[in-house]
Design a protein around this ligand. Structure first.
Ligand code: HEC
Ligand code: HEC
Length: 363
């Protein structure tokens, strides 16, 4: 045990050192605490130092306190395909709340069946991420929500068209006025982004077995899941996947120990380097959340892996330089299964009907 511990400390330290450069510790992320999990009762204590439970109710985005009126409007906009040029795509098309907040596709189908370059990450618990997108190019959910609407291969609407379109739908202006009281021109692209972000802050998944465990219920995890948690900490996974989202708090190179196969990490996508233009960020990506990971295949920014156990094996070799045994992979996967929380209950919104000036779908 002692020896295993020492080896693991070294592994965790390597992983930690390799994620150090260019990474930002996230809120509540315990990257510095990559300690070794003790064999028995202290496991819970160690876990509590590195992870945090999802709270029972939503958290406002910093600087964007959400009101009920904004959340309700945001739910409508999230589901309204008339924000897209084709009227065929809504946020919910690629971030289906019934599918763990993703789209069950390697890369998403956008405007006119165009194939995007990256896998759609889950929106569930995204509010707890340090930044948004695989490369962290949006600071927060509000900034992020502007991206897909205007992206020509996603929803393909012009930002100036959005307020015009929303004003043409008679039911929307009163809802914007209620959500943004006192504003002279509340129906704006910026307010649509704010409302969508407010809605997204409610898409959290508390009470997973792991959250119950962190809150003191030792019986919430099975023996196999506890073994998996111990391995997750000892092997060094938690050096990167930690904090409230078991990820989402920092950037790391995909391939710190060994370059993964090009189907997992194609040369064309340099990740964070495309944002910072710093070569040391080559192939760096935001460490993804592992919350609800059992629901959100396929995996990686390429969506190239459908089997969670294979994703764990790839992580072992690419991030830790270790070939994990089948038994260890099974245990880690069992632990990851304990990260599935209560899925948000969202009422499918009734959308206001189009008016005479509402644009027709573009073909
Ligand atoms: C055509 C599919 C598609 C549509 C429509 C779409 N998204 Fe996405 N979304 C993606 C993809 C793909 C990414 C990852 C892109 C990247 O990282 O470069 C993403 C990333 C995100 C993220 C970042 C999550 C994280 O952990 O980094 C959020 C939040 C999000 N989308 C919300 C939305 C909202 C809100 C809308 C509607 C306004 C929307 N998306 C519309 C495909 C889509
Ligand atoms: C050095 C930091 C680091 C370490 C250590 C690490 N990961 Fe990761 N992990 C990442 C990054 C970065 C990605 C995103 C890779 C990509 O697609 O570009 C990722 C992706 C994943 C994914 C896929 C998530 C998704 O939504 O697609 C899983 C599952 C995962 N890691 C589990 C693990 C496990 C289990 C371990 C330990 C055996 C581990 N990771 C160790 C940084 C790390």
């Amino acid at each position: 045990m002692r020896k295993l511990g020492l080896v693991s400390v070294a592994m965790a330290a390597i992983a930690l050192a390799s994620c150090g450069k260019g990474s930002e510790p996230g809120s509540g992320a315990g990257a510095s605490g990559a300690a070794v999990a003790p064999a028995s009762e202290d496991l819970m204590k160690t876990a509590r130092e590195q992870f945090k439970a999802i709270p029972a109710s939503y958290r406002d985005e910093p600087g964007n306190p959400a009101t009920e009126a904004q959340i309700d409007l945001g739910n409508m906009l999230y589901h309204d395909p008339r924000l897209s040029g084709s009227h065929a795509l809504a946020c919910a098309s690629c971030h289906n709340i019934g599918l763990g907040g993703g789209d069950d596709a390697s890369t998403s189908i956008g405007h006119k069946w165009q194939q995007g370059g990256r896998n759609a990450p889950t929106v569930l618990n995204a509010v707890f991420n340090t930044a948004q997108f695989w490369d962290g190019r949006a600071r927060d959910l509000t900034e992020q929500a502007g991206g897909p609407i205007a992206n020509p291969i996603e929803m393909a609407s012009l930002p100036e068209h959005v307020p015009q379109q929303l004003k043409s739908i008679p039911g929307y202006p009163p809802l914007f006025a209620k959500a943004f009281p006192g504003e002279r021109d509340p129906v704006s692209f910026a307010n649509a982004q704010k409302a969508i972000a407010a809605f997204e802050t409610t898409l959290i998944t508390p009470n997973s077995p792991f959250d119950k465990y962190l809150s003191g219920d030792a019986g919430a995890l099975s023996a196999e899941q506890k073994d998996g948690l111990r391995l997750f900490i000892d092997k060094g996974c938690a050096a990167c996947h930690n904090g409230i989202n078991v990820g989402g708090g920092m950037y790391a190179k995909f391939g710190v120990a060994a370059a993964p196969a090009s189907k997992f990490r194609p040369a064309g996508d340099k990740g964070r380097e495309g944002v910072t233009h710093d070569v040391s960020d080559e192939y760096s990506f935001k460490v993804p959340t592992l919350r609800n990971i059992a629901l959100t295949a396929p995996y990686f920014h390429t969506g190239s892996v459908w089997d969670l156990k294979e994703a764990v094996r790839v992580m072992g070799s690419a991030q830790l330089g270790q070939k994990l045994s089948d038994a260890d992979v099974d245990k880690i996967a069992a632990f990851l299964g304990a990260l599935t929380g209560e899925q948000p209950k969202v009422l499918v919104p009734i959308l206001p009907p189009s008016g005479p000036d509402t644009s027709r779908p573009e073909r």
